[in-house]
Structure formats: C-alpha cells, structure tokens
Design a protein around this ligand. Structure first.
Ligand code: ZN
Length: 570
C-alpha cells in the first residue's frame, strides 16, 4: 500500500502550520476500515506521526542549540504549542476508530492499552491548557538558559562553573557554588510565580479529566500501568532506610579525607584523593572519539551505531552561551536516528552523561526496526534502564589505551560514579516525594509552603552536609530541577531504572558478554512488552522492595570501599 500522498520528508514540514498537516488526518479519519486495509492504514498513520514528530524534534533541537534566536524559538513553539497538541487530539480520534474495529495483534497489546487510557483521560478542554503549559516551559528554559555568572571578570553560562566546584581550593569552590546559586536565588520570585501558574493549569487539567489531583492524573497519563503511588512511597522509604545512611557514611569518609570539621555543599564535588580534578578529554571531538572506542569495546554493533551519529552530525556536546541547559537524547522517528545534546565542559560527569545519553541512542537504534512508531518508545522507566545500564556496562572500558583515563584515574572516576549513584538515589527520592507533596497536599500553589516542604523533605533524605546559613541556596536547588517545571513527575523513573541498572551491572560482574546481550535484547523489544517483561528480558526485576534494594546499595558500598583501597594513599 502506497503512502505517496504524505510529505516526502520531515524537512518538507519545517515551516508547516497545523492547517498544512490537518488534511492528512482528515484523510485517515475518513477512511472506511476493514480487515483488508487496516494494517496499511495503521502504517500510514504511523508514518504521518513519524514525519510530524521528527519535524517537531528538529525544531526543538535547533532551538535548544540556540535559545537566543527568535525564529528558532517561534518554530519550536509552533510545533510544541500548536501542532503537537492538535495532533494528539486527532490521534485520539484515530485511536478510537482503531479500537472500534476490535483489531489486535500480540505486538500491539501494549499500544492498544495505551490508546485506551489516552482516550479515557482525554478532554477537549485540556488541549489549550497543555499548549499553555508548553509556553510556560519555554519561558522556564529562556529564563534559566540565559542565566550567567561573572567569574574572574568574564560572563559565563552556569554549566561552565562546574569545574570550579571541583577545585582543591575550598574558597574557590565556595565562590563557584554561591555564584551558580545566585541567579536562581535572584529569580526565585519570577520562577515561583511561573510555577504557580503551571500548578494551577495542571490541577485544572486533572479536575477536567475527573481526577482529584494531578498526581492521580499523571499515573495513567504516563502509562504507569505496572506500579502505584503506594509503590513510590515504598521506594521513598526504602531509600531512606538504605541509601540515605550509606550516603552519610560515604560523606563521613569524605569529610575525614578532606580533613574538614563539617562538609558544606561546596565540598561534595572535589576529589578527595587528587590535587586536581580529572580532565578526561580536551574538547568535544576528543570526547566523541574516545567514546566511539569505548562503545566498540562494549559491543561492535554499538560502536558502529555511534559512528553513524558522528558521521551524520547527530551530536552537539560542548557548552556554549545561548544553549539550553541540561542534556537529552531525542529520537528522529522518520529517519530512525537519535540526536544527543549536552553541555560538556571537560569533566568526568560529561563522560558519564555521554554514556547515559548514548544508552538512549542505542535504544532508538534497537527499537527502530519495529514497524509502528507507538511500538518503539517504552515509558521512561525502561528508557532510563537503557541509559543507566550503559553507564555501568561501559565503565570497565574507560581506561586507556582507548579510553579517557590511566588506570589510577579510571579508579577515581569509577569511585566518583559509584558515589554519585548513592547520592542520586537520595536526590531522586526527595524530588519524587516533593512533587507528590506539591500535587496532593492542597498547598502546592503556595510558594512559601512549597519552599518549606522542600526543606523538610530534603532533611528527611539528605544527611551528612551542613547547610546552616544556606537556606536560600538549599531552596534554590529545586528551582534548578527542570523536570519539576517541564516534565512533572518525571524523576522516580530514574530511581526505578537505577535499581534495574544495578542488577544489570551485578549480572555483568559474573558474565559481561551475557549482560550486554540481554541488555540489547531488552532494548529491541521497544514498547511491545510491559515493564516487568522488559526488565526481566534485561536480566533485572522491577522492584520497590527494601529487601531487594538493600543488597544493591550494599554492593555499591562494598565496591566503593574496594575502589578506595586500590587508590594511592598519599
Ligand atoms: Zn536519561
């Protein structure tokens, strides 16, 4: 069956408005479906969504690479606030049409369950609400993307202060920490007002869809079919019992090693074993070239896929003024290619971020052969399993001759990664507990109460750091967490996936080749299985249970002790 009436490529839609795209949906909606043409119809619909989502992704990429360019912002906003919300509306209509036929295949079971849920919570009156939320998200990006700090007489984008947080000179670290927090403290009123609006819009959308609050709406909206809000609370409690005390022990060791009375927040990034921070690469091309060699070692097929990204210009990695903050991997569905965006400044964290985003990229490559767009992208719990497992699977290959470090440096980087795993679990639990509080306490629309709740929740999870006199800085941390603004409730997924990735890693300690093979099999499933099945294919269990989380935290702590013992004593 031909689909020749569709635009030839996403670039043909680069300047499109919704009016240009709508006739294609009209055509699909008008088609009379029967058992002979339904498969072809599904493929045409999927192809259309590939075209539009890739055009939207390209506009988003162009904008985040250069947030100061008005035309790029306008293109991105046209897609994110006009075209995509309307497309979703028409997709729900087509999904209804599909479900009405009773058509199903085993590889469509998860897709149909998602369609059913989407139809159930869809409300016409929420379309403009979500469009408005997209505009607020763009505003958040504009405010934070333009933040700079003056450092030694030069205006710098905030990510460029990161290296100074690793300085062996404590006064430099403190200055860098305060300089990086200051723009958020200054913008607190503006960001809080922005969040107030987002809170109202989200709560309103949840009510429109018949839910008591936005948390209850988000579970079906994010297709969280395999766990409940109660499981998330179990996770918080498990992290409080296992990772929080482990972090406290790790930080106590750090305090002694640095010979300090107390640890302040600017003492957490410095390497207590080295005079100077590791500089694993000199520039973006060095970062990329070494990564290619590392992925070759993990699996030759992954090395080839990464080479494709290099050859086709699918990486934008170095920090520059005007780039949006953070890092992401976006899928270009029509061409079956991923794109990686980062703000690298030369640190070990940048290497780990690239490994992480590359895990997402390998997922996109692995699932692209699945015929329909909806079969490829599982929820973030599985997506982050792909990325976080890659951090572990690639770690043994980071040492020279091909990688970033000599043997001793590699141990330092590994130690840093393991400590980050524990610290991040604690951070994840607090961010999820905070978002739960925001949307269920009834006080989430009160800026002051929000900041107080953040402080209370941080105290529950975060131990071993002296925050006295730094209340504003501590509050500023949540305003810096872009997920809370832009991707509400996107965070527990990192925790669920980290617990999965730790299991993949544990398997790899016994049999690395088998762990990589199972990892690749799980990625190739795309979204065609439920979460427990995808985790199980990767050799892990989807779990919130303290009894299963405790031994994983213990394994990390044991490996930290081992890595420490192998480091030079000086
Ligand atoms: Zn990720």
């Amino acid at each position: 069956m031909t689909v020749s009436y569709l635009p030839p490529s996403p670039s043909a839609l680069a300047r499109a408005s919704w009016e240009d795209i709508e006739p294609f949906f009209d055509e699909l909606a008008a088609r009379q479906l029967d058992s002979d043409n339904i498969t072809a119809w599904l493929h045409e619909w999927s192809r259309l969504e590939e075209l539009v989502t890739e055009a939207a992704a390209r506009a988003m990429i162009a904008y985040t690479i250069d947030t100061s360019h008005g035309d790029k912002e306008a293109d991105h906003l046209r897609f994110s606030t006009e075209i995509l919300p309307r497309m979703e509306e028409r997709s729900v209509e087509l999904a209804r049409k599909l479900l009405a036929t009773g058509f199903s295949t085993p590889d469509l079971t998860t897709t149909l369950a998602r369609f059913r849920t989407q139809i159930g919570i869809f409300r016409e009156e929420n379309v403009p609400i979500f469009a408005e939320l997209e505009e607020h998200s763009a505003r958040y990006q504009r405010i934070t993307g333009s933040m700079t700090a003056e450092w030694e007489g030069v205006e710098r984008p905030l990510p460029q202060l990161q290296p100074f947080l690793k300085s062996p000179d404590r006064a430099v670290r403190e200055r860098a920490y305060r300089a990086a927090s200051a723009p958020y403290i200054e913008s607190r009123g503006q960001l809080a007002a922005l969040f107030d609006q987002m809170y109202q819009l989200r709560t309103g959308a949840a009510h429109n869809a018949g839910f008591d609050n936005f948390r209850d709406y988000i579970f079906p909206a994010k297709f969280r079919f395999d766990y409940t809000p109660g499981d998330c609370e179990k996770f918080h409690a498990a992290i409080e019992q296992t990772a929080a005390p482990a972090v406290q022990r790790v930080l106590e060791h750090r305090r002694q090693r640095l010979e300090l009375d107390v640890l302040r927040p600017w003492d957490l990034a410095v390497d207590p074993y080295r005079r100077n921070p590791l500089r694993p690469f000199s520039d973006a091309s060095d970062l990329v070239g070494k990564a290619k060699q590392v992925f070759d070692r993990v699996h030759p097929a992954l090395g080839r896929e990464f080479q494709t990204m290099i050859d086709e210009g699918l990486l934008d990695l170095e920090s520059r003024k005007g780039k949006a903050p953070g890092g992401y991997c976006e899928t270009l569905h029509f061409n079956g290619r991923p794109f990686i965006f980062m703000n690298a400044v030369g640190l070990v964290d940048d290497v780990m971020t690239l490994l992480h985003e590359a895990g997402h990229a390998f997922h996109a490559f692995a699932s692209h052969p699945l015929p329909l767009i909806w079969q490829r992208h599982p929820g973030s719990e599985a997506a982050e399993l792909a990325s976080m497992s890659m951090e572990f699977l690639a770690s043994p290959h980071l040492a020279q001759p091909v990688g970033y470090f000599d043997a001793a440096e590699a141990r330092s980087a590994w130690l840093e990664h393991l400590e980050d795993v524990l610290l991040s679990l604690v951070h994840i639990a607090s961010v999820d507990a905070f978002q739960t509080w925001i949307y269920t306490s009834g006080q989430g629309g009160d800026a002051r109460a929000r900041d107080d709740a953040w402080l209370r929740i941080r105290q529950r999870f975060e131990r071993g750091v002296d925050w006295s006199g730094l209340e504003q800085e501590r509050v500023a941390r949540w305003y810096r967490q872009l997920h809370i603004f832009m991707y509400p409730f996107y965070y527990i997924e990192y925790g669920i996936a980290q617990i999965g990735a730790l299991q993949v890693w544990r398997n790899s300690l016994n049999n690395p080749a088998k762990a990589v093979a199972r990892y690749r099999e799980a990625l190739a499933l795309g979204a065609t299985r439920n979460l427990p099945e995808i985790y199980s294919a990767a050799g892990a269990r989807l779990t919130f249970d303290v009894g299963e989380i405790a031994p994983l935290v213990e394994l990390v702590e044991n490996q930290i002790e081992r890595a420490r013992a192998e480091l030079p004593r000086s």
